[in-house]
Design a protein around this ligand. Structure first.
Ligand SMILES: [Zn+2]
Length: 489
């Protein structure tokens, strides 16, 4: 079920935004505090990084990278898990903020995605897009280890190693280079991918860096890490893990990021010269991410993906494959007050996900954020408020269903409306079926609406796979019965 973003001056929305503002201001306090720390610190020594000649413009880096990234997102199985993507994005943004002024590239567009593949790997494309394999996060022992790989990848982007290498080598037309990158990552036909020992293009000319650039990315990455509050020694530790865990199949990451020689010692030596500005990385958040990954079905290998592609199957894709195990609704309940006029109880194993003009409650694994920014959920309930525009409750509900049908073309009604008591008022409820855009399976949808005092309409949309409809319909009923409205002013 695709969730909609309703724009209308809604009490509920205003409240969601309030919460965000509060959260924002507290994080600013933290930033101020660390700026003060920085001010009293001595200037730290670090290995200077030299600038290489590059016959491409930064804008061409961006163009190349964006083209290739679009293909990667289409061809590779993406994890599509909002919470994990958010987490990785926060680490990435923390690192990007610490790029030294003299190296900043205003044209660059940084992004951070997680690929649902088992191999311990990561790669970054010219101009900003970075992709982290799920296997890399699973192999890391701390957030700083993840940050270490990301700081290294980010350094290749900032130092523009891809186009620097292309400048030194054969001159490519931009279009041709884009094809090279894509071919390198995706690995040509499925058969080729398997023949190459299940690597997504790590024999790439464009993404396989020389030892000189590896050394630079290690040093520059260590410097950025320290500025961002991470211990660069953790990057050295992660590289050891990568070398060890590559096992018999050969560590994919190392084949494109070769050891420049004494890598571990070199990074540790650099770390000794650096002041670590703060203490970034919450252990609790990192272990949440790890346990969330552990609850999903295991990531496929590149080879499994290539075989599936070859035989015309859908590529198994993280949450998008509907692979996550979703716990049934808990018998325990938790009370929420998402807006100042609304209280409700939801199963204790559902979480509130705020955003846009709606609020959602979903169990772990039941909610997804697509690349497009559009969100979907397979289990749970969404609440929001739409303008009544003077219409009757039934007319307003019809409009709501029509707007849902536009983004969910398989949405079908199952009978008419029933009356339902919602917060002591007479509301409406109706059931529909849909085909999930996430799992491709049939799902049930329960929509309930009730008019608020100001003429607007509160809606509740419950979604669950058809195979679990009985348990979820009970839950949707109980949530509806728990609603308390306080919009009498
Ligand atoms: Zn590298």
């Amino acid at each position: 079920m695709n969730a909609l973003d309703f724009s209308g001056g809604l009490t509920l929305a205003r409240n969601v935004r309030m919460t965000r503002l509060l959260r924002h201001s507290s994080s600013r306090v933290a930033v101020l505090a660390s700026a003060l720390t920085l001010a009293v610190m001595p200037t730290w020594a670090q290995t200077p990084i030299e600038r290489h000649s590059n016959s491409y413009t930064p804008e061409q880096d961006v163009q190349l990278g964006q083209q290739a990234a679009a293909e990667v997102r289409q061809q590779m199985p993406m994890l599509n898990d909002e919470r994990i993507e958010d987490y990785v994005e926060r680490i990435g943004e923390r690192l990007v903020r610490e790029i030294p002024d003299e190296w900043e590239q205003p044209a660059f567009r940084y992004s951070f995605d997680v690929v649902n593949l088992k191999e311990i790997n990561a790669f970054a494309l010219p101009g900003g897009p970075m992709f982290l394999h799920r296997g890399m996060i699973e192999a890391a022992r701390t957030e700083a280890e993840v940050a270490g790989v990301m700081a290294h990848e980010l350094s290749h982007v900032i130092l523009r190693h891809g186009t620097v290498q292309a400048t030194k080598g054969q001159k490519f037309q931009i279009g041709a280079v884009a094809g090279q990158i894509l071919g390198a990552i995706v690995g040509g036909t499925a058969g080729d991918v398997i023949a190459q020992g299940s690597q997504f293009g790590l024999g790439a000319y464009f993404l396989k860096y020389s030892r000189e650039y590896e050394r630079e990315a290690d040093l520059f990455g260590a410097q950025i890490m320290a500025r961002a509050g991470y211990d660069p020694r953790q990057m050295a530790n992660m590289f050891q893990t990568i070398a060890r865990e590559g096992g018999g199949r050969g560590p994919e990451w190392l084949s494109s990021h070769p050891d420049p020689g004494n890598r571990y010692e070199m990074i540790n030596r650099e770390a000794e010269m650096l002041e670590i500005d703060g203490n970034a990385g919450s252990g609790a958040e990192f272990s949440n991410v790890k346990s969330r990954l552990a609850q999903m079905s295991p990531a496929p290998t590149s080879e499994q993906v290539a075989r599936a592609r070859q035989s015309g199957q859908r590529v198994p894709a993280g949450n998008t494959g509907g692979a996550a195990r979703v716990e049934p609704p808990s018998n325990q309940w938790r009370t929420y007050q998402p807006g100042n006029f609304l209280r409700l109880n939801v199963p204790a194993n559902w979480e509130q996900i705020g955003g846009g003009n709606t609020v959602r409650y979903a169990p772990e694994g039941g909610f997804f954020q697509a690349q497009s920014g559009q969100s979907s959920f397979t289990h749970g309930m969404e609440l929001g408020v739409i303008d009544g525009d003077g219409a009757s409750l039934q007319q307003a509900t019809e409009r709501l269903l029509q707007s849902f049908a536009r983004t969910n073309p398989q949405l079908r009604r199952q009978g008419g409306y029933s009356r339902a008591n919602i917060g002591g008022r007479q509301g409406l409820t109706t059931n529909l079926t849909n085909v999930s855009d996430v799992t491709g399976q049939r799902e049930v949808v329960n929509v309930s609406t009730v008019q608020l005092r100001d003429g607007s309409v509160l809606f509740l949309i419950g979604v669950a796979p058809q195979s679990e409809s009985r348990a979820y319909f009970n839950t949707f009923n109980r949530i509806r019965q728990s609603i308390q409205l306080a919009d009498n002013r």
